[in-house]
Design a protein around this ligand. Structure first.
Ligand code: IMP
Length: 506
């Protein structure tokens, strides 16, 4: 037999990780577009693609969660914020309807032309609805567009004096096709959608007319809303957070702990499952089979695997506790898959190949932080350093994030002495997840084709019936497999790449 099986590869009980291993190719008898990447996130939730985003304050808020769900993955909203802030993010995702702006900026009639300029500068859009109370709960009394203020020199002029009151609106319940038709015929830039009391429910923008596209892979709940996850800690007072998140419509929660095998976590899982039996609950992070067994016994619907592989993580250095991610994924998956509980390989994914390996070792999905951190959908502003466009990315156990409340994941109780298990830094601009995710998906399809497997189920079947073979990579094999011998080169910039639509070969 050429190569070794998964069980032989990991039998030496070495803390192997993705780079240490290569997968041997199989036989191709199908096209690359025949590959299906559908998978299970938890016992009950299915995703179109195995991609999830980390609950970190430089990775996942509403924009990331909306776009990942539209594209077939799922985002986990971080909890380095107040209960109200986190629940509002969940509500924004739940309110999202393709083509409808469901959290529009509004102003009141007594606000001034300078307030319009401030919104325009910060967000770049015009066409601001005016409500009698100045917030979304008020009645719409007008709209201010560029045309209303283009020649206005008095920045203190109240909006009631410049706004357009002759409005074209549409009633709540209108379809996107109907709304677009009204926009076309009325030649207006924005169409406010009003409820029976005249309150603003959403806005449709002429500017978005052509951009509105179909998302056949979108991950939706049975209410037809996008699915979204959220993180919370093991602390008893986070039971209040849990209630607020469920009230906001969260579909799945992840109990976020760097070392998940704790009495506190069992209690939180049991409480969540007893209080909300329909809610999917993910336990973690763990890296051994015993730990998985404990969390499954407590009632977890999926297990998050990883202790130390994160790109911003210094846990293994400071704590000397953890496991090489490939070994952690393989051993945990062996136990969890037998129990019908999917696992999420969390951290250390720096390229498509790492995603493939995580799945080939038994994971059903991956969770990525740095991969999504530099995209336009991640929170934060872009910076330039030496001409390179960057975004901030920080570990939740970096001193900086802990000061903002992120230490909850690390049992940090004493405020005066904090031991960092993460760093904060910058990642390069990756463009939008709208291009990055299709790029990752297409790369995965090619890889599945190279392995000769057509879907997730077949890959796991081949792992466990020993027909998928691997090999350890020597140090020089790793050098050979990377870029070498060139004077200079350019790395692919994922997000800005066009997605290949044609099969590469085979
Ligand atoms: P990445 O995808 O390699 O950047 O890893 C992201 C993962 O690192 C997250 O999903 C968390 O599990 C983990 N993580 C987040 N913050 C920290 C930290 O400060 N120290 C260690 N691990 C962290």
């Amino acid at each position: 037999m050429d190569g070794v099986t998964g069980s032989e590869l990991f039998k030496a009980r070495q803390s192997l990780t993705y780079d240490d291993i290569i997968i041997l190719p199989g036989h191709i008898d199908f096209g690359v577009q025949d590959v299906s990447l559908k998978t299970k996130l938890t016992r009950e939730i299915e995703l179109s693609y195995p991609f999830t985003s980390s609950p970190m304050d430089t990775v996942t808020e509403a924009e990331m969660a909306i776009h990942l769900a539209l594209l077939g993955g799922l985002g986990f909203v971080h909890y380095n914020n107040s209960i109200e802030e986190q629940s509002e993010i969940i509500r924004v995702v739940k309110r999202f309807e393709n083509g409808f702006i469901t959290d529009p900026k509004v102003l009141g009639p007594d606000q001034t032309v300078s307030d319009i300029h401030a919104i325009r500068e910060k967000h770049g859009f015009s066409g601001i609805p005016i409500t009698d109370t100045g917030d979304l709960a008020g009645k719409v009394v007008g709209i201010v567009t560029n045309r209303d203020i283009d020649f206005e020199t008095d920045l203190d002029r109240p909006l009631r004096e410049v706004m357009t009151t002759d409005l074209v609106t549409a009633p709540k319940g209108v379809t996107l096709i109907e709304a677009n038709q009204i926009i076309r015929e009325s030649k207006k830039g924005k169409l406010p959608i009003l409820d029976e009391q005249g309150r603003l429910c959403a806005l449709v923008s002429r500017h978005d007319l052509l951009k509105n596209r179909d998302y056949p892979d979108a991950v939706k709940s049975n209410t037809k809303q996008l699915m979204v996850g959220a993180a919370l800690s093991t602390r008893t007072d986070d039971r209040e957070r849990l209630e607020a998140l469920v009230d906001a419509g969260v579909d799945v929660i992840v109990i976020d702990s760097a070392q998940g095998d704790s009495t506190f976590q069992y209690e939180m899982i049991k409480h969540a499952k007893a209080a909300f039996p329909d809610l999917q609950v993910i336990g973690g992070n763990v890296v051994t089979q015993n730990q998985c067994a404990n969390l499954i016994r407590a009632g977890a619907d999926a297990i998050r695997i990883g202790m130390g592989p994160g790109s911003i993580c210094i846990t293994q250095e400071t704590m000397a506790v953890g496991r090489g991610q490939a070994a952690a994924v393989y051993h945990c998956a062996l136990h969890c898959n037998e129990q019908g509980v999917p696992i999420i390989a969390d951290g250390g994914i720096s390229d498509i190949g790492d995603i493939v390996k995580a799945i080939a070792f038994g994971a059903s999905t991956v969770m990525m932080g740095s991969m999504f951190a530099g995209t336009s959908e991640s929170p934060g502003e872009y910076y330039y350093q030496n001409g390179v466009r960057l975004k901030r990315y920080r570990g939740m156990a970096s001193i900086e994030a802990m000061e903002a409340g992120g230490g909850k994941r690390y049992f940090v109780e004493q405020k005066s002495v904090r031991v960092a298990q993460g760093v904060s830094g910058y990642v390069v601009d990756k463009g939008s997840v709208m291009s990055l995710v299709p790029y990752l998906a297409q790369g995965l399809r090619h890889s599945f084709q190279d392995m000769g497997v057509i879907d997730m189920a077949q890959l796991h079947e081949r792992l466990y019936n020993d027909s998928l073979h691997f090999e350890l990579r020597s140090h020089s094999a790793q050098t050979e497999g990377g870029i070498h011998g060139l004077y200079s080169y350019e790395r692919p910039n994922y997000g800005q790449r066009e997605t290949p639509s044609e099969p590469r070969r085979g």
